[in-house]
Design a protein around this ligand. Structure first.
Ligand code: SF4
Ligand code: SF4
Length: 138
């Protein structure tokens, strides 16, 4: 590169805005179609387990904790999820969605990657049932 052209580039760079962003202090909105953390609507879920069967990463478990009252608990293994959205497509009740604005999911504590979702009472029921063997819909 000739010295003149290089000098021009240096001068231009001094007055231009930086091409990089100061993440995480400077943020842009995530696109609507970004596939982030899976969300589950307990009220819509029937416990059919289609999502579990279709998940290629074995990232989901569904537990029917009270069959008579159709109470379900979903366990989501965030660290196995590939964000493919197959479960969202498979769910006939539209009980699963992927949050476009929840994508900063890295953590140093592995325990945080196993998320048990459901009503507090149902989650407790699952914990009580676990030693005896719960009706796991996998
Ligand atoms: S496919 Fe939908 S309705 Fe069936 S268990 Fe999964 S989330 Fe619930
Ligand atoms: S997004 Fe894909 S990998 Fe993640 S839970 Fe759903 S089906 Fe499984």
């Amino acid at each position: 590169m000739r010295m003149g052209a290089m000098f021009t580039d240096v001068i231009r760079a001094l007055f231009q805005r930086p091409a990089t962003r100061q993440y995480p202090f400077e943020r842009t909105a995530s696109p609507d179609r970004l596939r982030g953390k899976l969300n589950w609507d307990a009220e819509k879920c029937t416990g059919c387990s289609l999502c579990v069967k279709d998940c290629p990463a074995q990232a989901l478990e569904v537990f029917m904790v009270d069959k008579a009252n159709k109470r379900v608990v979903l366990r989501y293994h965030l660290d196995r999820c590939t964000y493919c959205a197959q479960c969202v497509v498979s769910c006939r009740q539209s009980a699963l969605t992927m949050a476009h604005d929840e994508w900063e999911l890295a953590d140093t504590d592995k325990k945080l990657f196993t998320i048990t979702c459901g009503d507090d009472a149902d989650v407790q029921r699952l914990a009580d049932l676990a030693p005896k063997g719960v009706n796991e819909q996998t």
